[in-house]
Design a protein around this ligand. Structure first.
Ligand SMILES: *[C@@H]1O[C@H](CO)[C@@H](O)[C@H](O)[C@H]1NC(C)=O
Ligand SMILES: *[C@@H]1O[C@H](CO)[C@@H](O)[C@H](O)[C@H]1NC(C)=O
Ligand SMILES: *[C@@H]1O[C@H](CO)[C@@H](O)[C@H](O)[C@H]1NC(C)=O
Ligand SMILES: *[C@@H]1O[C@H](CO)[C@@H](O)[C@H](O)[C@H]1NC(C)=O
Ligand SMILES: *[C@@H]1O[C@H](CO)[C@@H](O)[C@H](O)[C@H]1NC(C)=O
Ligand SMILES: *[C@@H]1O[C@H](CO)[C@@H](O)[C@H](O)[C@H]1NC(C)=O
Ligand SMILES: *[C@@H]1O[C@H](CO)[C@@H](O)[C@H](O)[C@H]1NC(C)=O
Ligand SMILES: *[C@@H]1O[C@H](CO)[C@@H](O)[C@H](O)[C@H]1NC(C)=O
Length: 502
């Protein structure tokens, strides 16, 4: 009964997904990493994780080459150091575009240029030159006839919106009036996006216990802690949506509209110093898992329900060379060897698995490593899977993780043996996915593109069980509705909240 309800809800959600314009999840690739993998290995990790969008903090030639012909969409960045000179010189802007964009498209699919990062708050003296830099770059794009394929914007910190709560009254810090006005005019004229770096983690820390942590982590709020904007009566069941709406309202307060918000950074640190108790692996896993489910449900924030919130997670690897508080170094979702720091599926494929015209057997997220090793040993031994491709030097060796190798071995066994009763179980460490796990030159057995693809009959249309990820998102969704129905409405009144938290 429970299972049936879940499956129906999943189908319901899937219907919504297919009708809406899709939001995507991307990832930031910071490079303050002492043992940064080579660009080719970074790209292998991205492909193994089925990551479709990346943001680079520069326009590194080796990365742009490695990303070519991968289908991954790329945001390149003008560094803050480059902004000043580009703002003063149209010809420098043109040569930047030629060197870092024209030279790589279309084989590297560059779709965004981020001009600086948090320029207004990190190098305020460059504020007046920011929009001239964006304009110079735009003119160079037009000259190369790329302005319809590539959007230019500049990521802003939440700091330029001093009071984001409640979202309906949020507005930009008035000291930046003229610059924010020019930025928005540029974005509206060029049909671009407002790029927002939004961190519920920092807002939670700043709030000193006023907000419950569940609110920042997209977890259900108890009925006495419902958060409602007193002016619009919109329910904000998570802080991420509130921050995005704070940006929409700030934009509206300067009389601009039609500029979608793109979240260029968000995430959660998984380790911190003694004074950073919220920076834990468990919180980071919860935040990112719930964030992904929330973004991929394709709905907008309460004030803009029809505009999905595409989002780049911060970040691929821990940046151990960064200074500041301990947590600054621990935002990574993967170690540099390609192993996940905690269990999270960035492709969202677990919750979106509705294409049952093919099925692959892969490692279940969260499976423990020693069981995976036994699984590989069995599949490649008695199970008679062909494990040649995961040997060192072969196409599926990198990322050199138990997860990747086990997925390959499990799937090869399953594709060969399922017609004679072989199942996708491996002691509970395996699961069926409809998404082809192949990446780069690593083709999984049964892939329409693999050399052995034709060898096996098409799989039967079996039911796809709810994965841990999808059932959780359904439960969150469900309990939110229930909570809202029974909610006592508490407005964004800090004292009321404090009272209930204390
Ligand atoms: C690049 O990405 C855009 C946006 O998704 C897509 O429409 C286009 O086909 C891609 N181009 C290439 C060359 O892959
Ligand atoms: C607005 O920005 C100015 C200049 O950076 C800063 O001095 C001021 O404190 C900010 N105002 C608020 C309310 O944050
Ligand atoms: C910024 O704009 C607001 C609203 O238009 C206005 O009240 C304020 O005086 C302006 N501030 C500055 C510094 O221009
Ligand atoms: C926005 O438009 C309203 C109505 O046209 C006007 O009263 C207000 O001054 C405008 N605000 C700004 C910041 O331009
Ligand atoms: C998507 O997520 C938002 C925010 O949690 C929620 O309010 C909304 O109901 C969800 N929509 C669907 C279709 O699940
Ligand atoms: C399912 O996968 C097949 C083969 O990869 C593809 O041709 C088909 O378009 C997909 N269907 C949907 C609904 O995504
Ligand atoms: C990958 O690196 C992490 C962190 O250094 C380590 O804990 C883990 O054991 C490594 N995994 C493999 C398969 O080498
Ligand atoms: C199939 O594989 C070849 C070579 O590995 C690659 O060039 C091609 O893009 C792949 N096609 C698809 C649909 O994945």
């Amino acid at each position: 009964m429970m299972l049936k309800i879940r499956l129906q809800l999943i189908l319901l959600l899937s219907g919504v997904l297919f009708n809406a314009v899709g939001a995507f999840i991307g990832i930031n690739i910071g490079t303050d990493v002492s043992n940064l993998p080579s660009p080719v290995n970074i790209v292998s990790i991205l492909q193994a994780q089925q990551i479709t969008h990346v943001r680079l903090f520069n326009a590194d030639a080796h990365m742009l080459n490695a990303l070519s012909n991968t289908g991954i969409e790329v945001m390149v960045s003008v560094t803050n150091e480059e902004v000043l000179s580009i703002g003063e010189s149209p010809s420098l802007a043109a040569s930047w575009i030629n060197r870092n964009v024209v030279a790589y498209v279309p084989s590297t699919n560059i779709t965004f240029i981020a001009v600086g990062n948090e320029v207004l708050t990190s190098i305020p003296h460059a504020g007046p030159i920011l929009v001239p830099a964006m304009n110079n770059l735009y003119k160079a794009l037009v000259a190369s006839n790329l302005n319809h394929l590539i959007k230019i914007s500049t990521p802003n910190s939440m700091t330029i919106i001093p009071q984001p709560f409640p979202p309906s009254t949020a507005s930009f810090n008035a000291s930046w009036n003229s610059t924010t006005h020019q930025i928005l005019q540029f974005l509206q004229n060029t049909k671009s996006y407002y790029m927002l770096n939004a961190y519920p983690y920092y807002e939670l820390v700043k709030s000193n216990g006023i907000f419950p942590i569940e609110y920042a982590l997209f977890e259900p709020l108890s009925s006495v802690k419902q958060i409602v904007d007193p002016n619009t009566l919109f329910h904000y069941d998570n802080m991420f949506d509130a921050l995005v709406d704070a940006a929409y309202n700030s934009i509206a307060s300067l009389n601009f509209s039609g500029i979608p918000v793109l979240v260029t950074e968000t995430g959660w640190p998984w380790l911190g110093g003694a004074n950073e108790p919220d920076a834990t692996k468990e919180n980071a896993a919860t935040y990112n898992k719930n964030l992904i489910a929330r973004v991929l449900n394709n709905s907008g924030p309460p004030s803009q329900p029809g505009i999905p919130i595409s989002t780049y997670i911060y970040e691929l690897f821990d940046e151990d060379k960064r200074g500041g508080p301990v947590s600054e170094k621990y935002w990574g979702v993967f170690f540099t060897n390609g192993t996940a720091v905690y269990d999270v599926s960035l492709s969202g494929s677990d919750s979106l698995g509705v294409n049952s015209s093919s099925g692959f057997c892969v490692v279940r997220p969260g499976a423990d490593e020693s069981s995976l090793q036994s699984g590989i040993n069995w599949a490649c031994g008695p199970g008679q899977a062909n494990c040649a491709a995961i040997q060192q030097g072969q196409p599926c060796y990198i990322p050199n993780t138990l997860q990747n190798h086990a997925s390959y071995a499990y799937n090869d066994y399953y594709q060969r043996m399922r017609s004679s009763g072989g199942s996708c179980d491996f002691d509970g460490t395996a699961t069926i996915t409809t998404v082809d796990p192949s990446y780069g030159s690593c083709r999984f057995t049964g892939s329409s593109n693999s050399s052995t693809g034709g060898m096996f009959p098409p799989p039967a249309l079996g039911p796809i069980g709810p994965s841990p990820g999808s059932s959780t998102s359904v439960i969150v969704h469900f309990s939110t509705i229930v909570a809202v129905i029974f909610a006592t409405l508490f407005l964004f009144d800090m004292n009321a909240l404090k009272h209930f938290v204390a």
